[in-house]
Ligand binder design. Structure first.
Ligand SMILES: Cc1cc2nc3c(=O)[nH]c(=O)nc-3n(C[C@H](O)[C@H](O)[C@H](O)COP(=O)(O)O)c2cc1C
Length: 247
């Protein structure tokens, strides 16, 4: 028995193997969905569960800076989609030549098709100017909201719900369209609904836009320029083998 196996046995998790694997399955099969939404309504109990998952995310100083706008009105969705279209036209022009043509072929939202849209916001003033853990890096509140988004995204995957994050907006116009007060920052605009299927790989990867970076090349040891010691090399090897087993 090697040290790793001994350590794994000593620290046996309180998740069964099946439970642990279910968590990883949600992580690895989660996708950003834009095209595959079905019109079927999302029951309130299901929506409540994924919102509760979001609300149980970690947050700096337990600040819980989030609010959740639930959007089901077709008129509001169309208004938001018009804002997206305008911003997306501007976005397309930021790419040149063939890259611009490829960008224009991408579908980057499912606002109207998705039965539910959610706008998750950050109240930057919640609990006053001094919050535990946010005393020096003020963006920690925003990062907390992103943790809530990810919780929701994974819970949704386990419920069989697709989620697509749409970020191509002028922040001020989104705020105005949804009557969001000035001190509240819209962080994520999400399209949510049941789907015909989940893609196996990110759509941007399938479209040849970008591919997943090798994790082993993103590891640093004891500092940015540090050289891995024997343990570091062993970890790198474990990561490499795992990557080869995946895609
Ligand atoms: C902060 C953030 C903003 C995103 N904005 C958009 C967006 O505007 N439109 C879109 O189609 N996908 C958007 N995505 C989804 C990414 O393109 C997607 O996560 C990435 O390509 C990897 O694919 P996967 O989520 O299916 O694994 C966003 C994701 C994040 C985390």
């Amino acid at each position: 028995m090697n040290d790793d196996t001994r350590s794994e046995m000593q620290h046996a998790p309180d998740f069964s193997i099946d439970e642990r694997d279910a968590v990883y399955r949600a992580i690895f099969t989660r996708r950003d969905v834009r095209r595959e939404f079905l019109p079927d309504p999302v029951p309130d109990e299901v929506l409540a569960r994924v919102l509760m998952a979001a609300h149980h995310a970690p947050s700096v100083g337990f600040m819980q800076p989030w609010d959740f706008l639930v959007i089901r009105s077709p008129a509001v969705k169309r208004r938001v989609q018009a804002l997206y279209r305008q911003a997306n036209e501007e976005a397309a022009k930021m790419f040149e030549g063939e890259r611009q043509a490829a960008y224009r072929r991408l579908k980057l939202e499912g606002i109207v098709e998705a039965p539910v849209n959610l706008c998750i916001t950050c109240d930057r003033k919640r609990h006053g100017p001094v919050v535990v853990g946010r005393t020096h890096i003020k963006t920690m509140d925003v990062f907390s909201v992103v943790c809530a988004v990810q919780n929701l995204w994974l819970a949704a995957r386990a419920e069989g719900l697709g989620v697509g994050w749409v970020s191509i907006f002028h922040e001020s116009s989104l705020r105005e369209a949804l009557d969001i007060p000035h001190h509240i920052m819209p962080i994520a605009y999400l399209c949510v609904g049941y789907v015909s299927h989940f893609h196996e790989r990110p759509e941007l990867e399938k479209a040849g836009w970008l591919s997943r970076l090798p994790l082993e090349e993103l590891l640093h040891f004891d500092g940015w320029e540090g050289c891995p010691d024997e343990g570091g090399e062993a970890l790198r090897k474990a990561v490499r083998e795992m990557t080869q087993g995946r895609d």
